[in-house]
Design a protein around this ligand. Sequence first.
Ligand code: ADP
Ligand code: MG
Length: 278
Amino acid sequence: MTAVIEVRDLSKSFGSKNALNGVNFAIGEGEIFGFLGPSGSGKTTTINILTGQLLPDKGESLIFGKSSQDLAPEDLKRIGLVSEDSGFYEKMTLEKNLLFFSKFYGVKTVDVDAILERVGLLDSKKKVAEKLSTGMKQRMLLARALINRPSVLFLDEPTSGLDPSTSRGIHELLLELKAQGTSIFLTTHDMHEATLLCDHLALLNQGSLVEEGNPQALIQKYNTDKAVEVAYKDGHKERVPFEELSSLGHVEEILTIHSCEPTLEDIFIQLTGGKLNV
Ligand code: ADP
Ligand code: MG
């Protein structure tokens, strides 16, 4: 695996607050990496260090094999960032905003219509940015980040506060970008989103990684009491261990069988005692 992003023993404090304590991970080319952790666990701090906006106290952060602190303008053109404080000009239309940012990034030709189409905003291209709903603003930020065709895209909670159908649209777009080889670093506290999209996850709690791996592999690792929940037509339910499944009687009375594997939220609670989705 060629690592596009790598952090080694990354630590950062703000005064007496330890925001990151010796974090290590590597992200392969074309992967969607999910960085999961509750509010205040250090996700944005990690992105700020990786993108060269903040210096670590200790450790290394590398993009394209180069230290984040040494990124040249040419390297920055290969990076896209959608964060809480990326913005656009409120009084300009979406079209003008995208044209403005393409000049700013030194992108010579930009197909504004194609980009707006990708994020489902083509019909709104003459709309003034300040008139957009929250979901449209999120998609507009993503459109802005796509102008320079980044090979690495950082998304800091791209779907927080969005309705499920807008989130689904963004998920589809991320999968398309991945299929084209874009590496995506996604922070979220939506464990469902992470299970669905990510090739690789890291769970962060109070500045330390508590677990990492492929989502399905993690779920299987913590699926210790292997059992299914059987629901019967008369409304009653029972938990049946895997080894007793073959002796299950009254099959015609069964309505549904669900596996009882843990969710990422269950795993996080088991490891830390705290909730992920806060
Ligand atoms: P997350 O993005 O996971 O919500 P952050 O990386 O924003 O977490 O913050 C991690 C911790 O560091 C929090 O306790 C936060 O209050 C603190 N922190 C982040 N940035 C600063 C800063 N500029 N000054 C002081 N404390 C900060
Ligand atoms: Mg944050």
